[in-house]
Design a protein around this ligand. Structure first.
Ligand code: OFO
Length: 164
């Protein structure tokens, strides 16, 4: 496997693993602060990110490269509000999208069309995840901290899922 691509994909393993940790920490915060629906949503989102990581691990190993399981930083564990949680989640997803786009670009430069093809799944996934995060954030901004609105938000969000 092309070394530059292998390195970039391994870096993406770190990104996806760290997304999983970040959302797990958010899920814990939501759970202990009484936002059960939100915590359910975030636990599921954390699982999705682990699955994104595993897909990369398998792809690299199956193509003759070597996947590296990275050390991760401790994620932020306390937040002031649900709005802050989702603002950070949205910003995080935007960063992930940029990272994916950079690897897609590298694949074209290196004429690696197999990996380019493989990455289209991630391109679509990022589109969906960013759109979902933006919708959730818009709702929270509209609520502007209104307690009964937040209660309903938390009840409804548990029914939303992050597509895999
Ligand atoms: Fe939510 O990011 Fe993975 O791909």
């Amino acid at each position: 496997m092309n070394k530059k691509i292998e390195e970039a994909l391994n870096e993406q393993i770190r990104t996806e693993a760290s997304s999983s940790q970040v959302y797990l920490a958010m899920a814990c915060w939501a759970e202990v602060n009484g936002y059960d629906g939100t915590s359910k949503f975030l636990y599921a989102h954390s699982d999705e990110e682990r699955m994104h990581m595993l897909k990369l691990v398998k792809f690299i190993n199956e193509r003759g490269g070597k996947a590296i399981v990275p050390a991760l930083d401790k994620p932020e564990a306390s937040f002031n509000s649900l709005e802050e949680v989702f603002k950070k989640l949205f910003e995080h997803e935007t960063k992930v999208t940029n990272e994916i786009n950079k690897i897609v670009h590298l694949c074209l430069q290196e004429n690696d069309y197999t990996t380019h093809n493989f990455l289209q799944w991630y391109v679509n996934e990022q589109l969906e995840e960013e759109a979902l995060a933006r919708t959730i954030l818009d709702k929270l901004r509209l609520l502007d901290g209104d307690k009964s609105g937040l209660y309903m938000f938390d009840r409804d969000i548990s029914g939303l899922s992050v597509e895999s």
